[in-house]
Write a protein that binds this ligand. Structure first.
Ligand SMILES: Nc1nc2c(c(=O)[nH]1)N[C@H]1C(S)=C(S)[C@@H](COP(=O)(O)OP(=O)(O)OC[C@H]3O[C@@H](n4cnc5c(=O)[nH]c(N)nc54)[C@H](O)[C@@H]3O)O[C@H]1N2
Ligand SMILES: Nc1nc2c(c(=O)[nH]1)N[C@H]1C(S)=C(S)[C@@H](COP(=O)(O)OP(=O)(O)OC[C@H]3O[C@@H](n4cnc5c(=O)[nH]c(N)nc54)[C@H](O)[C@@H]3O)O[C@H]1N2
Ligand code: SF4
Ligand SMILES: [Mo]
Length: 743
């Protein structure tokens, strides 16, 4: 619902789409321009909190480098084109590739911003379904897929993710996460600092396990360094301790749990003494952590990206939830609880308490034979699928809000592979490191021009809530919303003409979905959803069919999108409530405490226990004024000290002949080296160095004028794309063995 420019300043409520905290913002607009951005005090969920990135939404909106018109490659240069020309070019180039080489010849990638734009997320799924290619890739396999696999294996859906109930927690054990910088992940928790402070003020404790004494560790009661990649050993030894010391108490979940005997047997050898050296944590400390967890009434273990992006990422996620389960902290107030999202949550659909569970490996990648997980293949395989000739070779690519040249290990190899494609389309708001390889670029709207609802993050919120925000500013005349571009692509890959009517097609697809879901009621539901279309119509449908919804008249007091939009800053749905066994969707109707694939991988960890420590382990980090690869072009965030620095302990640096501000060369092998400035830090564990990702903005052909001034170096140019967690396919981004020498 675009506004017209009003002569007086107007205030608009807006949920920030830049990270998982989903803060409510108050945006003041005057004469069609953003005047100010503040935290919305009245927001029941974020209560006025915001971070500096929110204010940069203005910079993003006004960024002259942000694309506002489609681009078509003509020779070496891009030229602006009309939407009709761009779609016609796509149909003209893509359809023959599909006709000649089949559907698998077209690959899709989708990136992180899609999780923050409902139109991208819903309609990427439409495009993937229409295309029917095996070659679907996403940032999930650089990130949280081990967590999703664990939730699926233990509880039955890919979003069966339990989050810490921090408001009632008295002992929070944090591994491989730095919410003070990241503002939380797979856990929507605005103002983590305030909530951690409150936890400590009521006498609770927070303990952080991390190879770096992070900003989060600084506000904790204790911090323990851990050797990168050793979390599986630490956690297994904590589980072993619980069994050995008789501290296991499942409480009411005992009758709903499968596999305790297998679990006990599997961890038997993992005594604290056996793993202490590998972890770099004393056996007594490991036992004390297990005891504290068991003896604190309201406690929770939380692990995030540092615990996912490892060889044993899935095992690590499994053991974290096992600890919560065995100590009676799963699904209990103050522990790890399942949110009940008002829309789109698989664990609120179908029969309560039992379901189909999840399956993996329904197909395998062509070159390396790696199994599919959650319908996708590891994005680290994309380069080889493009490079390797033969039937099924990837010849064309559509990237959707993804920048794998910077975000994926082996970035330079992938960049070269992209040049070998017959055709590439990027849906992106910038001409950047990845989209510069495209033949056609289709831009999206500024976030301030779009309706917003957090499909994923309502499913991960520390408190149940429903919030949506209307566009703050009208989109420029003629600009096409991204869901319509995705719909157009869906039509094109199905062989329909480039001038297909996407609105009619959207109606048609919805009608088919409704027919499947609602049978005889389909027509009545479609009528009730009118006149909305696109993502907002799908949201209304999901809300009304959801656990708080009006059920199209069955519960007249229930939620609808109209009601949500009418609530100025959203609706608080209260603290998290116990949901087990109702939220289970496993075939057994039980919590699977010992999934077979985890039991089968655990001996591999044991076999690797005594692997020697490398000279240096390279890990990543996040910084509050940065966000993955794409916010370095915003002046407000780009200013300040250099951020792409290698943190290194002073003693390690001295031994390596490096000093503060000198340049280091990081070497993986002969082909993979980068140079970066050193920043000395006693917060680093000895033998571990830390570099942020998302940098390396000096590649020719990109148009990021602010970012290019201080481009930084691409961490993923030294990481190895062949290293993965074999269960989930997630890339190993942490704890990679490198050499560090003077440049
Ligand atoms: N070494 C290392 N690598 C990592 C990580 C790490 O910790 N270490 N972290 C990983 C993680 S967790 C993630 S999520 C990935 C992220 O990986 P990606 O999703 O590939 O990368 P982003 O940097 O988020 O880039 C998003 C792209 O979307 C574009 N974009 C932004 N907004 C919009 C929009 O509204 N519409 C469209 N169409 N495009 C938009 C940007 O211009 C950019 O090209 O990186 C991963 N890579
Ligand atoms: N400001 C900002 N916020 C962001 C992002 C951003 O780029 N910038 N990115 C967003 C995205 S896409 C995501 S996925 C989230 C991620 O959110 P978080 O998971 O909180 O991510 P990080 O801040 O990278 O914290 C990971 C921590 O793991 C530690 N670590 C590395 N290796 C190991 C290990 O082997 N074991 C243990 N125990 N710890 C280890 C690192 O030192 C680091 O402190 O952040 C989101 N929010
Ligand atoms: S914490 Fe995240 S959601 Fe909140 S204002 Fe900052 S970037 Fe936006
Ligand atoms: Mo991420």
């Amino acid at each position: 619902m675009p506004h017209t420019h009003s002569p007086i300043a107007t205030q608009h409520y807006r949920i920030c789409p830049l990270c998982e905290a989903c803060c409510g913002l108050e945006v003041t607009v005057d004469q069609g321009r953003v005047q100010s951005i503040r935290g919305a005090e009245a927001d029941p969920f974020s209560q006025g909190y915001l971070c500096p990135k929110a204010v940069a939404l203005k910079d993003l909106h006004e960024d002259p480098d942000r694309l506002r018109t489609p681009l078509i490659r003509r020779g070496v240069n891009f030229e602006p084109a009309s939407w009709d020309e761009a779609y016609a070019e796509i149909a003209h180039r893509l359809q023959p590739i599909i006709a000649q080489h089949g559907r698998d010849a077209v690959a899709l990638t989708v990136g992180n911003p899609a999780a923050h734009k409902m139109g991208l997320m819903l309609y990427f799924a439409r495009l993937a379904r229409a295309l029917g290619s095996k070659n679907i890739f996403s940032a999930s396999t650089l990130d949280q897929i081990p967590k999703q696999l664990q939730g699926g294996l233990m509880f039955g859906t890919w979003m069966s993710v339990a989050v810490p109930d921090i408001a009632r927690c008295d002992f929070l054990l944090v591994l491989g996460a730095n919410p003070l910088a990241s503002n939380g992940s797979m856990w929507t928790v605005p103002d983590f600092r305030g909530k951690a402070k409150a936890l400590r003020q009521r006498g609770g404790q927070m303990v952080v396990i991390d190879p770096r004494r992070t900003e989060t560790a600084e506000v904790a009661d204790a911090h323990h360094f851990i050797r990168p990649g050793a979390d599986v050993y630490l956690l297994a030894a904590m589980v072993q301790t619980l069994f050995a010391e008789g501290l296991v108490r499942l409480g009411r979940l005992a009758e709903h749990t499968h596999g305790l005997d297998e679990l006990r047997a599997a961890v038997q050898a993992y005594t604290p003494e056996a793993v202490a050296a590998r972890c770099g944590i004393a056996a007594d400390t490991i036992r004390a952590l297990a005891r504290q967890l068991a003896s604190t009434e309201r406690a929770c273990v939380y692990g995030r990206i540092g615990t996912c992006t490892q060889r044993y990422g899935t095992l690590t996620q499994w053991l974290i939830e096992v600890l919560n389960l065995l100590t009676g902290h799963l699904d209990e107030p103050g522990g790890a609880m399942f949110p009940k999202a008002p829309a789109f949550a698989a664990n609120t659909q179908g029969q309560p308490g039992v379901g189909k569970g999840i399956v993996t490996g329904r197909h395998r990648s062509r070159v390396s034979g790696v199994p599919e997980v959650f319908g996708e293949l590891p994005i680290t395989l994309l380069a080889e699928e493009i490079e390797t000739t033969g039937a099924g070779q990837v010849k064309a690519l559509v990237t959707v809000a993804s920048n794998p040249v910077l975000s994926c290990p082996g970035g330079p190899r992938l960049a070269q592979a992209l040049d070998g494609l017959d055709f590439m389309v990027s849906l992106d708001i910038y001409l950047n490191e990845t989209s510069r390889h495209a033949d056609v670029i289709l831009p999206g709207l500024s976030p301030l021009e779009e309706f917003h609802y957090d499909m994923s993050f309502a499913q991960l919120s520390h408190r149940n809530q429903a919030r949506a925000s209307a566009p703050v500013l009208p989109p420029p005349a003629g600009q096409v919303p991204e869901w319509q571009s995705l719909m157009k692509l869906a039509a094109i890959v199905q062989g329909q003409p480039a001038d297909s009517d996407v609105l009619a097609l959207d109606d048609e697809w919805l009608a088919k979905d409704l027919q499947r879901q609602a049978g005889d009621n389909a027509a009545a539901i479609a009528a009730a959803l009118a006149p909305r279309c696109g993502p907002e119509r799908l949201l209304d449908l999901a809300l009304r069919m959801g656990p708080h919804g009006d059920g199209f008249g069955r519960r007249p007091e229930g939620l609808t999108l109209d009601k949500l939009v009418a609530a100025p800053v959203g609706i608080d749905l209260g603290p998290l409530q116990p949901r087990l066994p109702e939220s289970l969707r496993t075939p057994s109707g039980k919590i699977e405490a010992a999934p077979a694939v985890c039991l089968a991988d655990l001996p591999n960890a044991w076999a690797a226990l005594h692997e020697p420590a490398p000279a240096f382990s390279l890990i990543g980090r996040r910084e509050v004024r940065s966000n993955n690869s794409w916010m370095h072009n915003l002046p407000l965030l780009a200013k300040g000290p250099e951020r792409c620095t290698l943190l290194m302990h002073p003693d390690d640096a001295a031994q390596a002949g490096l000093g503060d501000g000198t340049r280091a060369r990081i070497t993986l092998d002969a082909e993979r080296q980068i140079e970066v400035p050193v920043q000395l830090s006693t917060a680093m564990m000895r033998g571990v160095v830390s570099l942020p990702h998302g940098w390396g903005h000096d590649l020719p052909g990109a148009q990021l004028r602010v970012a290019a001034v201080r481009p930084g170096a691409n961490l993923n140019a030294v990481l190895d794309e062949t290293l993965r967690d074999p269960l989930s396919g997630n890339a190993v981004l942490s704890g990679v063995a490198v050499q560090v020498t003077p440049a």
